[in-house]
Ligand binder design. Structure first.
Ligand code: FAD
Length: 462
């Protein structure tokens, strides 16, 4: 990029409605900051696209000039794939519009919208798209990898709720991918990540949710972790699809409903979600309370939008992060023991082990229905290695890797693509399993030169 002529850059800028940022310009450093502070890349150009026409122009410019090209949605990729060094970033953060058609129960979501953007518009009609659990995540990156959260057991993954998408492919063309038009492309973007182009617009199905739901946390001491986790594991086998319970093992943050002497001690927190009123959730709450000595709880009616933001403070941007993940079809006693052993030795108070419950309608499709293949998974377990100081890099990365290795014999041998970190290129095959070969074939057709390669890359020549 160093030999890019100023007049070429100026000509490129003139083709866009949105601004293009270069190193040293006001706003450039903010624009190259992503959620994971471990990522420090310096693109030559950041194109803040204002619409599909800008995206088409940017794709054509990168292609014509042989520039590395990255695409930024919500900037949450742990691997930092929203950015590249010395190339062009198509920044979708200015494209966050959401339009709801309540009669048809469809939502039209722009490629850079966050979960908070989607929830805000859809909840004004008492409707929701099944997305994730942290409101600042990009709906784009989350959906393109599969996308699961509190509603997935009831309504399926984000990709299971996609009618179609507008996508700018590597040739710079705008296409519509749906069941009728470009069906292979539509199949590939339902799990295949950003490998096939830039999605500028998603069309989702909407479902009635809330606006008030019943949700919250029940917290137990780590000392009772074995009993609590075993009973949790047994509970989820009998849980109806509309209910969800996730587990978080960490040191207690200073939550107002926990007494100060609990803060900083090891805990198992169970996060309960029911889309219904408190009465309907009461039997679940009572059962969970019986798992052990409750250190504190905060469960009750609240707006769905508020619940969607409940974990935001623990997952705020700007910290250093190194995550690893395993899928589980069943949580064995041995797996629980490994989880508890490592939860008891977290190297910083920000580290945690997260067990997201999937199952239910998310597993009601054959593995080849979409590029996302894991239709037998009950839990996605995420080890959140998370810290603030560079001096702790080695100890946290080491802890995360050790836990990952110790848990591997008990895991399913597969992984959710959206939880891969930057040094896990060798696991991409694992993330797609039997669907990998078809993804390669579709990549060859739509992006033979691998223009879109700053992602968990499916190489056209694989
Ligand atoms: P980005 O870093 O902007 O993008 C990620 C990748 O997707 C990049 O390769 C980018 O090029 C591509 N991309 C993004 N948007 C587009 C687009 N419109 N068109 C083409 N390519 C695009 N996942 C879940 O399923 N459920 C969760 O509850 C969940 N919680 C999370 C919480 C946190 C704090 C974090 C950090 C991640 C979480 N994830 C979750 C994982 C999340 O789905 C991925 O990190 C996802 O890639 C984030 O998308 P993004 O748009 O924010 O990120």
């Amino acid at each position: 990029m160093t030999n890019m002529k100023n007049d070429m850059v100026d000509a490129f800028k003139a083709t866009l409605r949105g601004p293009v940022l270069q190193p040293g310009e006001p706003g450039y450093d903010e624009a190259r900051a992503v959620w994971n502070a471990m990522i420090d890349r310096r693109p030559a150009l950041i194109a803040r696209c204002s619409g599909t026409a800008d995206v088409m122009a940017a794709v054509r410019f990168a292609r014509a000039n042989g520039l590395p090209l990255a695409v930024r949605g919500g900037g949450h990729s742990i691997a930092g794939s929203a950015l590249c060094d010395d190339g062009l970033v198509i920044d979708l953060s200015g494209m966050r519009g959401v339009h709801v058609d309540p009669r048809a129960r469809h939502a039209w979501v722009s490629g850079g919208a966050t979960l908070a953007d989607v929830d805000h518009e859809t909840q004004s009609c008492g409707l929701a798209v099944p997305l994730g659990i942290n409101s600042t995540t990009g709906a784009g990156g989350l959906t393109l990898g599969g996308g699961f959260g509190w509603l997935s057991r009831m309504y399926g993954l984000a990709v299971d709720n996609l009618f179609g998408a507008e996508i700018v492919t590597a040739d710079g063309q705008r296409r519509w991918a749906g069941l009728q038009e470009e069906p292979d492309l539509f199949w590939a973007i339902r799990g295949g990540g950003g490998n096939f182009g830039v999605v500028t617009l998603f069309q989702f199905a909407l479902h009635p949710v809330g606006p008030e739901v019943t949700a919250g946390l029940v917290v137990f001491p780590a000392a009772q972790g074995r009993e609590v986790m075993r009973r949790y594991r047994d509970l989820v086998d009998t849980l109806p699809d509309e209910l969800s319970v996730w587990a978080v093992l960490r040191q207690a943050p200073p939550l107002p409903f926990l007494s100060p002497e609990v803060h900083g001690s090891g805990i198992v927190a169970l996060a309960l979600f029911s889309p219904q009123g408190p009465g309907a959730a009461q039997p679940l709450l009572e059962r969970v309370r019986g798992f052990g000595q409750v250190l504190g709880e905060h469960v009750g009616p609240m707006p769905y939008e508020a619940w969607q933001k409940i974990f935001d403070p623990l997952l705020a941007p700007g910290a250093r992060n190194y995550w690893k993940s395993h899928n589980f079809t069943h949580l064995s006693d041995d797996a629980i023991d490994v989880v508890l052993r490592f939860a008891g030795s977290v190297p910083t108070p920000h580290c945690e082990i997260f067990l997201g419950l999937i199952g239910g309608k998310a597993n009601a499709h054959p593995p080849d229905a979409t590029a996302y293949p894991h239709r037998n998974v009950q839990f996605a377990m995420n080890v959140h290695g998370r810290w603030l100081e560079a001096a702790d890099d080695a100890s946290v990365v080491g802890w995360t890797r050790d836990f990952f290795a110790a848990a591997a014999p008990h895991a399913a041998g597969s992984v959710y693509i959206n939880f891969l970190t930057q040094d896990e290129g060798a696991r991409i095959h694992e993330a797609y399993g039997p669907n990998y070969a078809r993804l390669v074939e579709i990549k060859q057709r739509y992006d033979p030169d691998n223009l879109f390669r700053f992602n968990h890359n499916i190489r056209p020549d694989a």
